[in-house]
Design a protein around this ligand. Structure first.
Ligand code: SAM
Ligand code: SF4
Length: 345
């Protein structure tokens, strides 16, 4: 009797999860809180971005409501991104609201780091767990050229240090390496990981740049990055975490932080992808490599119940695209879907 009750509960629990037709289950929610940004990274922003009107951007209450509904369906990890998430006023208030959701075990943020020197402490106090700072060069002038803004390098470095100081953990660095731009710095970044203990994650250049400059010849593959690092510092691959976007390595001599490669373009991990995304204007995006998006904002603003919103998201996620892996297998061209600053990466 007791056993059959348990198995019924287990079934109900599984049934309540957010699953797609390939059996993948959503655990991580990536929220773009704004499309605005104070940087103009050449691989992300158009020269003259057109921002979405402010009244189309979800309020913190609306974002938290969607997060709560997703948490009720098994999502436990949240990442805030953008645009630049720290461009949103009092973003720590949103962090605090998300922290109130009992099922949420981790809240992270991906940021360009510019506002971290003054925001890191407030974010930590509000309940942010960890942060990833995008840093695409260790040479100040080159960095500022890449991000299209002068006199920002020192602030970003200060932001990284502040994040560590206030106890955000882990603090990671994201770097997009492209040929002809910064591929000569791969070893420098490996040395940064060794010296500081930071995890450095190399992201393969994806064709989601606002200027549509992406060419296959510009892409530096994860394999190339790892072999360049191994020419000087042997690495040991760590077991890949279920659903992780990155293949992670540690230095064989045990020194420093980890190295990660996010090989979305050459060796993606679509089979156990556990992410669901939402744009700043409330579109649910089950897969970043597909144009499919589902407008949840209209429901939020037309008096729909939580159950109706849950059913809508459930249907959207059920339809999730198989993934970029399928395109690669079929040797299809990977098209530009939407610029990265609209989705948050
Ligand atoms: N503004 C924040 C930042 O730069 O970290 C968060 C948003 S940004 C769109 C999220 C991540 O996507 C960043 O690490 C950024 O470097 C990365 N990114 C942007 N454009 C990319 C592209 N075309 N290919 C690969 N990664 C990209
Ligand atoms: Fe802004 Fe981040 Fe895009 Fe750079 S990558 S332009 S910092 S949103």
């Amino acid at each position: 009797m007791e056993d059959s009750r348990k198995s019924k509960l287990a079934f109900e629990h599984r049934d309540g999860q957010l699953a797609d037709r390939f059996g993948r289950v959503a655990r991580k929610f990536r929220i773009s809180v704004t499309d605005r940004c104070n940087f103009r990274c050449h691989f992300c922003m158009p020269i003259k971005p057109i921002w979405k009107p402010k009244d189309e951007i979800l309020t913190y209450e609306e974002i938290a409501r969607v997060a709560k509904i997703l948490a009720g369906m098994g999502v436990t990890k949240i990442r805030l991104s953008g645009g630049e998430p720290l461009m949103r006023r009092d973003i720590d208030k949103l962090v605090a609201m998300l922290r109130q959701i009992p099922q949420v075990t981790s809240i992270a943020m991906t940021t360009n780091g510019f506002y971290l020197p003054e925001m890191a402490e407030r974010l930590k106090e509000a309940g942010l767990d960890s942060v990833t700072v995008s840093l695409h060069s260790l040479k100040p002038e080159r960095f500022e050229e890449i991000v299209g803004k002068g006199e920002v390098f020192e602030r970003v470095i200060e932001g990284l240090k502040m994040a560590q100081k206030v106890g955000l953990n882990p603090v990671k660095v994201n770097v997009v390496i492209t040929y002809g731009c910064n591929e000569d710095e791969i070893l420098d970044f490996a040395e940064l990981a060794r010296k500081t203990g930071l995890t450095v994650r190399f992201i393969e250049y994806m064709p989601f740049d606002g200027r549509k400059l992406w060419r296959p010849e510009l892409l530096v593959s994860g394999d190339e990055i790892i072999s360049r690092i191994e020419s000087l510092y042997p690495l040991i691959p760590l077991p890949r975490e279920q659903g992780s976007t990155a293949q992670v390595y540690k230095f064989a001599d045990g020194i420093g932080g980890d190295i990660g490669v996010i090989t979305s373009m050459t060796a993606p991990f679509c089979g156990d992808c556990d992410r669901i995304r939402m744009t700043a204007d409330g579109k649910i995006v089950p897969c970043m490599f597909s144009k499919d998006e589902y407008d949840v904002k209209s429901l939020l603003r037309s008096g729909a119940t939580d159950e109706e919103i849950a059913a809508f998201i459930r249907q959207a996620f059920w339809n999730k695209f198989a993934g970029v892996e399928t395109l690669l297998r079929e040797q299809q061209v990977i098209a530009h879907v939407r610029p990265m600053y609209e989705l948050g990466g």
